[in-house]
Design a protein around this ligand. Structure first.
Ligand code: GDP
Length: 195
């Protein structure tokens, strides 16, 4: 499904720059440093495809990747930068809102949550945006190799409890580690059912 056929298409800073809505797409969202670039690289089997280090200046873009000719993977700007200027945050939020609510071909958002931290207030904002856009989102826990097996149930319970408030939440939570490969095949299979 992915390996070798994924290419970077373009970075978009305004709705007018979106590629034609001619195929199904799924998007990835998450706070900066959650492991989003690493996950996209692991999913596509292409190291360095998504930029592994991000700066606020470079990540205002919505990045589109083509997978063969059949669908798009969409990398949303990371959120939650401590020092991001207010005007920049406002600009991201506007573009995100327009994209999430206005993109006909967007099937699902995967919201990445660090398995060590669970859902934080900064994540709640984007989850609420997805609710109001009636966009189904699915939580993907990242960096599971950094928590003990015994800690998994606690983070899952925290996430499940937080999701109760969100009508757009898809109930299944995916546990992943880009480092160890956990959950990568599962996530690929989920995406394959959507596109
Ligand atoms: P992004 O800002 O969300 O794109 O995050 P990155 O993919 O750049 O990852 C942020 C940091 O977390 C980097 O130092 C990665 O090496 C590390 N990281 C990402 N995924 C994993 C993982 O599954 N396990 C571990 N242990 N570290 C990870």
């Amino acid at each position: 499904l992915f390996a070798g056929e994924t290419e970077f298409l373009k970075g978009v800073v305004a709705m007018s720059g979106l590629p034609p809505a001619d195929r199904i797409e799924v998007c990835f969202a998450g706070r900066s440093n959650v492991g989003k670039s690493s996950l996209i690289n692991a999913l596509t089997g292409r190291k360095g495809l998504a930029r592994a280090s991000n700066t606020p200046g470079r990540t205002q873009e919505i990045n589109f990747f083509t997978v063969g000719t059949s669908h798009y993977l969409v990398d949303l700007p990371g959120y939650g930068y401590a020092n991001a200027p207010v005007a920049i945050v406002a600009k991201w939020q506007k573009l995100l809102k327009q994209y999430l609510s206005g993109r006909q071909t967007l099937r699902r958002a995967f919201v990445l949550i660090d398995a060590r931290h669970g859902i934080k207030p900064v994540d709640e904002e984007i989850l609420s945006l997805m609710d109001s856009s009636a966009l189904t989102f699915q939580v993907v826990l990242t960096k599971t190799d950094k928590i003990k097996t015994s800690e998994r149930e606690a983070v899952l319970a925290q996430v499940r409890a937080a999701l109760v408030k969100h009508p757009a939440a898809f109930p299944e939570i995916v546990l992943t580690s880009s480092e160890k490969g956990e959950g990568i095949a599962t996530l690929r299979a989920i995406i394959a059912t959507l596109v």
